[in-house]
Design a protein. Structure first.
Lengths: 424, 309
């Protein structure tokens, strides 16, 4: 199918500034063409809109296998498309865990069958994510996993972690590590500071993260593995990674977008919508995370999508399940970062498109000629508010209800095919 | 500060006027001979004691208080109830409400449990927090304030030291709020670093690691119970070392003011946080706290039902 997108402002992450230009699609790819010779089967008028690559989410939990009571791949991949997200990266903490090729393959098949957002998986670093034995990483790679990860399960045995990184490096597998010290984290639910003291909640000190980040960086140096550190939450971690990058270590990092908007102060009154892992920390930490995104030390941003059934949040705070359902708000909150970051629209959009793509080794995330035609057309000025009723994810656990949001998706295209049109 | 006239969830929600009103109301229940009157303030009402943590003293005093007000009391002991069958807290509460309970007194091991219940029941249903995790134990703090007022009169000249496991203590947190609200100018916390919460000074207290410095010239010493688990979780080496460093003995008590009072929410660990001679001595008001607890809890129940907190 031949598609032309006219009158839109092209936000290509590989360019410096937006430009008004027609985008041509044919045979599932972005092509070089001109109006005179190209006969479109479909013309999309993107007047007043940004034409971006489809968003790529680095961490989205999709419910299957094992958590179908929360949601399903069909539900979440459809929700993603409606919010301009065309690729989802699925961490391995399913049940059973993605530690065998056939589990990865079954997830890929299911996503393909739904024909909504693409799904790439991360295989488990250790069997059952138990942190004691290596998983069949070579087989997982062959099954199509984009990397391996510990999800959010701390690995306490340093020898095991060392070997796991070395083994992953053998097969050029990138390790997506959520760095957290098990002993300083378990049984705790908020940042260890003045709020946890006042509310009598067991707090996770910042050093729980920095200890694990420092350990991971040392092991990266020893093994040469390609390392991606997931979901930073504190200032000191940014500092450590900055130094490592300056010394030429192969390390990238991401931050969950809600960390750039919320802090520990939001936990007042024990609202479980603010119970997340890693916890929301101080304003100073938030400012350091924002500076880290600005400078590029933090490579990319994600939603860290964890949809839950309502009962999971209908508990006293310490017993509630951590996590935010973030697909519905990722794009709008990214556009909202214009108030916090001095970045061009191209740089801003790159944080959720080309940067995640390069971390995952995917050809999407760009509007360059020859790239797969995954496109998100968004009206960046449209104001709207999230509600339980208009939320597309099955998980309604969001802290962003009634927030003034900006940016609504007009059209989403995957592989050159329109999957969502706002006029529906 | 959120206005919740039917709820007592935390001292932080109460204005100084509300606290004073509770203390006055408590006083009104005590006869000149020092006995507790029986009234009909809650006649016809069913009060549910919903305790998910073991308690004898708090539950019993709430039960006595409710009966003194002529309420019917229902004791729901979660250990032997459907909670062990996996029923959620919310379902338990909704079921009890469906059984026409008019007021809930809740103790739970999760901080924020009382707030959680309050979010899910109509605002006119009185909810009294009898202790939630480490967060708050407002009626304990109120009866402590009542006791201090009875012994010392005014609050505005006092030096108060709270000694012990502040980190895990809902009593300490509520006491700090109450003492501030009543205008106590100097509040000290005395504990080893492992038992002090992060940034506790932001609650407006002075930190002491040394007991003798911490209780020098104070008017009130509030001791906290040390739980055995603290040794298991590598927070302290032994009860013996704790007693050597922080135990209140007759000798050490002399560092405080001569008329200083010694308080403890109970149950006391003799030979750990307090010596027997101090516990049984003339400066201890520990048993008075227990008696005062009845009148104070009567006041809280009465005012909560009327929406006058």
């Amino acid at each position: 199918m031949k598609v032309s997108i006219i009158n839109g402002l092209l936000i290509n992450p590989s360019e410096h500034t937006p430009r008004k230009e027609t985008l041509y699609i044919a045979d599932k790819k972005i092509i070089d063409a001109n109006t005179n010779t190209f006969t479109a089967d479909l013309t999309i008028d993107a007047q007043g809109a940004w034409v971006c690559p489809g968003l790529i989410e680095l961490a989205a939990h999709l419910g299957e296998p094992g958590f179908e009571y929360k949601t399903t791949i069909a539900q979440e991949t459809t929700a993603a498309i409606k919010r301009g997200i065309t690729t989802l990266c699925y961490p391995p903490n399913t049940s059973p865990v993605i530690d065998k090729a056939e589990i990865a393959e079954s997830i890929h098949r299911r996503a393909l069958k739904n024909r909504q957002a693409r799904v790439v998986t991360l295989g488990a670093l250790t069997k059952d994510l138990a942190g004691t034995q290596l998983s069949a990483m070579a087989a997982l790679k062959q099954a199509g996993c984009a990397g391996v990860s510990n999800a959010k399960q701390p690995i306490t045995d340093t020898q095991v972690l060392y070997n796991a990184l070395a083994y992953a490096a053998t097969f050029n597998l990138k390790v997506f590590l959520f760095a957290n010290d098990a002993y300083l984290t378990q049984g705790r639910c908020v940042h260890d500071g003045s709020i946890s003291t006042r509310l009598g909640l067991a707090g996770i000190p910042s050093c729980a993260e920095t200890i694990a980040v420092a350990r991971a960086l040392a092991l990266q140096k020893a093994t040469g593995v390609a390392l991606h550190l997931c979901r930073l939450s504190c200032a000191d971690s940014v500092e450590l990674i900055k130094m490592a990058q300056q010394q030429g270590q192969n390390v990238t990092a991401d931050v969950a977008i809600h960390q750039l908007y919320l802090t520990e102060l939001d936990v007042e009154e024990f609202n479980t919508a603010y119970h997340v892992q890693p916890p929301l920390r101080t304003l100073a930490d938030q400012q350091a995370l924002i500076a880290g995104v600005q400078s590029g030390v933090i490579t990319a941003i994600c939603a860290d999508h964890e949809p839950h059934e309502s009962a999971a949040k209908l508990q006293p705070f310490p017993s509630s399940t951590p996590g935010i359902s973030g697909l519905d708000t990722l794009l709008a909150l990214t556009i909202g970062l214009q108030n916090k970051l001095t970045l061009s629209p191209n740089q801003l959009i790159s944080l959720v498109t080309s940067k995640p793509a390069s971390i995952l080794g995917l050809p999407q995330g760009t509007l360059d000629i020859g790239a797969p035609a995954d496109i998100c057309i968004v009206n960046p000025e449209t104001r709207w508010m999230l509600s339980k009723e208009n939320m597309f994810s099955a998980g309604k656990n969001s802290p962003f209800f009634c927030w003034p949001l900006q940016g609504q998706v007009q059209t989403t295209i995957v592989d050159g095919e329109v999957k969502f049109s706002g006029d529906d | 500060m959120t206005k919740r006239p039917h709820h007592l969830l935390t001292i932080a929600d109460l204005s100084p006027e509300s606290i004073a009103n509770i203390l006055e109301t408590a006083k009104s229940f005590i006869t000149p001979e020092g006995k507790i009157q029986k009234t009909t303030d809650l006649a016809g009402k069913t009060v549910a004691n919903v305790f998910f943590e073991p308690s004898t003293r708090t539950r019993t005093t709430f039960e006595i208080a409710a009966k003194k007000l002529s309420a019917d009391i229902l004791n729901f002991n979660a250990q032997v109830s459907s909670t062990s069958k996996g029923e959620s807290l919310l379902d338990t509460i909704c079921n009890l409400q469906a059984m026409y309970c008019d007021m809930f007194i809740i103790r739970h091991n999760d901080s924020g449990a009382a707030h959680f219940v309050a979010q899910h029941l109509p605002p006119q249903t009185p909810i009294i927090n009898a202790g939630d995790g480490r967060h708050a134990h407002p009626t304990q703090a109120l009866l402590d304030m009542f006791t201090i007022q009875k012994c010392k009169g005014a609050f505005t000249d006092l030096r108060v030291a709270i000694v012990g496991d502040i980190l895990h203590s809902r009593v300490a947190r509520s006491q700090i709020y109450a003492l501030h609200a009543l205008g106590v100018p100097e509040i000290r916390v005395v504990a080893p670093k492992t038992l002090l919460p992060t940034e506790i000074s932001e609650m407006g207290v002075h930190i002491y690691y040394d007991l003798l410095q911490g209780i020098r010239d104070v008017d009130v010493i509030m001791l906290l119970r040390l739980q055995r688990e603290r040794m298991q979780h590598a927070l302290l080496p032994s009860e013996n070392e704790y007693f050597q460093q922080y135990g209140l003995t007759t000798e050490r008590l002399q560092i405080a003011k001569t008329d200083a009072i010694v308080m403890h929410p109970g149950p006391i660990n003799r030979g750990v946080e307090i010596s027997s001679s101090v516990a049984d001595g003339p400066q201890s008001v520990i048993l008075q706290q227990v008696s005062n607890g009845i009148a104070v809890r009567m006041a809280v129940l009465k005012l909560a039902m009327a929406g006058e907190l």
